[in-house]
Design a binder for this molecule. Structure first.
Ligand SMILES: [Zn+2]
Length: 294
């Protein structure tokens, strides 16, 4: 089985990005896996600390490992937004392929110091685990927000990116470039879109020279996403769009069969709803022409 690092390298050479989708139950995992298999593209599933707490860190690792082996398919597992080394070590021991070590709320010097320490500890457990560091402010909570936080002061600069990568040795960097966790109500309705600072991405890529992740990409303008990948983004995170699709799929499934109590007769409606969103995003990230939004 090929390593995540190789697939990132290959995607970068081909002007593509890997899709990263958060899962917190079996239905979401089934939907992400089905969409990736349909398109035959590699995929990353991620779980934040809260998502891991719900599903079980070792349990999700066993599930994903099994899918990878049984179907000989490139599906990878990421420990998303991990705020303590203890949680990171737990994920590394469970066999996660990568980790987002997120101390972006700390002053940057402290962020650099602790991230460097974490990398040493994590690579001692699994040398091939990729470690991602975070700088800047992209807000918190992959959910629906009433108003937009002012993130303009938290945008990452190329100089800061260069310093951070040099000081820590991270494999992947997540900058703040106009992206934001969660979606505004108007974005869920499709009335507004997030816009990205493409110039900033290009300069950060040049300065940092490592793989770049775009967090909080739900509700972003499609053309901006294409340009961002062209400018050096290698991994794109989608969570809130999946959660919206999950809820709508569930509501539809229940409404269509008011007397049904069999989960596996109700939940396919959720799988289909989420799979459509994942498929649409994977096509976009992999440069496929069929990019109609689901
Ligand atoms: Zn994120």
């Amino acid at each position: 089985m090929r390593q995540l690092r190789d697939l990132l390298q290959e995607a970068q050479q081909n002007g593509k990005a890997l899709g990263h989708f958060n899962v917190s139950d079996l239905v979401l995992l089934k939907a992400v896996f089905a969409a990736a298999r349909e398109l035959n593209v590699p995929v990353v599933v991620g779980l934040s600390e809260g998502e891991r707490e719900f599903v079980g860190t070792r349990q999700i690792a066993a599930f994903v490992r099994n899918l990878r082996e049984e179907f000989d398919f490139s599906i990878f597992l990421n420990a998303d937004h991990t705020h303590s080394l203890a949680k990171g070590i737990e994920a590394a021991k469970a066999g996660f392929d990568s980790i987002v070590f997120d101390l972006s709320s700390l002053p940057i010097e402290e962020n650099m110091r602790q991230t460097k320490q974490a990398i040493e500890a994590l690579k001692a457990i699994n040398p091939s685990m990729l470690v991602e560091g975070e700088i800047g402010d992209i807000g918190t909570g992959s959910e629906i927000h009433d108003s937009s936080p002012d993130l303009s002061k938290g945008l990452s600069t190329p100089e800061e990116a260069r310093q951070f990568v040099e000081a820590t040795g991270v494999d992947i960097l997540a900058p703040a470039v106009g992206n934001m966790h969660g979606m505004l109500r108007s974005m869920v309705k499709g009335e507004t879109k997030k816009r990205l600072d493409i110039e900033r991405i290009s300069s950060i890529k040049k300065a940092a020279g490592v793989f770049l992740t775009l967090h909080g990409a739900s509700g972003t303008d499609d053309e901006d996403l294409r340009k961002a990948i062209g400018a050096g983004i290698n991994i794109v995170h989608i969570n809130t769009e999946l959660r919206v699709a999950w809820r709508r799929g569930l509501e539809n499934g229940l409404a269509k069969q008011p007397d049904e109590v069999v989960p596996y007769k109700i939940l396919p409606s959720v799988v289909n709803s989420v799979r459509d969103v994942v498929g649409s995003r994977l096509k976009l990230f992999n440069g496929t022409q069929l990019v109609q939004k689901a």
